[in-house]
Structures are given as structure tokens and as C-alpha cells.
Write a new protein. Structure first.
Length: 130
């Protein structure tokens, strides 16, 4: 999947959509979501948003979706990302959580009203659990 994802072609996009819809292997899904994100389509946004909401072992699917968010660069995903990061039952390690905060900040870098995101990120500055 990683090799297909290197191409920017309609057939590569269709292959990525098929993989996201049917694959069970988390690493293959990771590559397919990243590949799909560069097309900036509603299918990519839907795949990433559903992964952020999913329940998976140690929240791997949500973390892998976080990796695709900066590629898609769609600020409308901020709400989903905030909901995931704010969950008390999240199971991702602290380093991955920090990467999620970085992705959230990068996603909102060009927004007019950054107050909500800044307050959310700042609330974790001295949190011993992250």
C-alpha cells in the first residue's frame, strides 16, 4: 500500500479507498489513510474522522489517523481530534498524545479564532498524565 500511496493518480486514490473500506491490518490502513489524505476528498475526511472515533487496541487507529490529519490539512477535523484527545479512556502513550496536540495546533495555524484550541493545548502543559 505504501508504494501505491506514492502515486498521485485517480487509480491510486480508488485503491486507497478500497483498502480503507475493507482492510483489517492496522499498518496497511495507516498507509491507506495517509495516501487518501493527499487527495483532500470527503472520503479521506470521513475515513480519518471514523478512525478517530473507533475503538482499537491501544487506540492505534486513532493515532494513525492523527498522522494523516496534517496531510489533509482540513481544520474542520479539529472538533473530532479535540474529542479524541479529551477522552479520559484514551490509551495512547504520552509521546503520541503530544503528537496529537502538535497536529491540532498545526491544523489551526491559519484560523482566525485560535482561542479554543490554544486553551485546550495549554490545559495539558503541566498535566502529569500526558
Amino acid at each position: 500500500m505504501r508504494d501505491i500511496g506514492r502515486f498521485y493518480h485517480p487509480e491510486a486514490e480508488r485503491a486507497s479507498k478500497r483498502v480503507v473500506a475493507s482492510e483489517k491490518n492496522p499498518m496497511t490502513l495507516r498507509c491507506a489513510r495517509r495516501s487518501l489524505a493527499k487527495y483532500r476528498s470527503t472520503g479521506a475526511k470521513t475515513a480519518i474522522a471514523s478512525a478517530l472515533k473507533s475503538e482499537s487496541y491501544r487506540d492505534y487507529q486513532a493515532y494513525y489517523a492523527q498522522e494523516a490529519i496534517p496531510i489533509l490539512d482540513d481544520p474542520s477535523l479539529s472538533g473530532e481530534l479535540i474529542r479524541f484527545l479529551a477522552r479520559k479512556d484514551r490509551k495512547i502513550p504520552g509521546v503520541w498524545f503530544g503528537n496529537g496536540l502538535v497536529a491540532l495546533g498545526r491544523l489551526n495555524r491559519n484560523q482566525e479564532n485560535k482561542g479554543k484550541v490554544r486553551r485546550f493545548i495549554a490545559s495539558f502543559t503541566n498535566d502529569p498524565n500526558t
